[in-house]
Ligand binder design. Structure first.
Ligand SMILES: N[C@@H](CCC(=O)N[C@@H](CS)C(=O)NCC(=O)O)C(=O)O
Length: 216
């Protein structure tokens, strides 16, 4: 059984969680409290970089969310999600990389500093908030134009690019960014976040987050 190391606050972990649900891979969830030295020690045995998410599949241990998505797609032969054709695959990678680097990263900075840091009694970095907001808005506009006419980010069907971006877009409520002015992205978000696999992730994360906030 695959062991999944995660924390419910991490959209990087939610990418892998979404993949596990979408592909129906059985797993056990190992919640890691990143503020606990013992838990961090346990994590570093799975991912020497010391970050969540990480997985252990029958003794094969790997971290980094995008690497995990690609590995699982190949391991479970889901070439619809990560095509074998090199040009199609490169297209998925390009959308995925752009979305992670120019949207996900800034939405994470906004969501963390505006919502989660205060919730956990940690300081917010308002300079980072201003920078992230200035950077993400033009990129949202550019991205919205680029995906016009596509049902999913890389074309007509769901791929790793969609699975990779969905958790960050779900964070827009924490990031205080509205998709109202980005109709293509809004339509995509409605479509992807309505998938039963994402709904299972969202319900599970909600439960785990309320336990975490209650200190349990
Ligand atoms: N590039 C990594 C980023 C993962 C990441 O930054 N995880 C954070 C939680 S959101 C973490 O584990 N932080 C703990 C640390 O850096 O010590 C990925 O895609 O998996």
């Amino acid at each position: 059984m695959l062991k999944f190391y995660a924390t419910p606050v991490s959209p990087f972990a939610a990418k892998v969680h979404f993949m596990l649900e979408e592909v129906s891979i059985p797993f056990t969830y190992h919640g890691i409290n990143l503020r606990d030295d013992k838990a961090r020690h346990e994590l570093s045995a799975v991912n020497p970089f010391g970050k969540v998410p990480a997985i252990d599949l029958n003794g094969f241990k790997i971290g980094e969310s995008s690497a995990i998505l690609r590995y699982l797609a190949a391991r479970f032969e889901r070439y619809d999600l990560y095509p074998v054709n090199l040009e199609d695959r490169a297209q998925v990678d390009a959308v995925h990389e752009f979305a992670q680097n120019h949207l996900g990263r800034h939405l994470l900075a906004l969501g963390w500093n505006l919502h989660w840091a205060p919730k956990f009694g940690m300081p917010s970095d308002l300079k980072t908030v201003d920078e992230a907001r200035a950077l993400v808005l033009p990129m949202l506009e550019r991205f919205d134009r680029a995906i016009a006419g596509r049902a999913y980010l890389a074309g007509a069907q769901l791929t790793l690019a969609d699975i990779g971006l969905a958790p960050f877009i779900a964070w827009q409520k924490y990031a205080q960014v509205s998709l109202r002015d980005y109709p293509n992205l809004q339509g995509w978000s409605d479509r992807v976040l309505a998938r039963p696999s994402w709904k299972r992730v969202a319900t599970d994360l909600e439960k785990r987050l309320s336990l975490l906030l209650a200190g349990k």
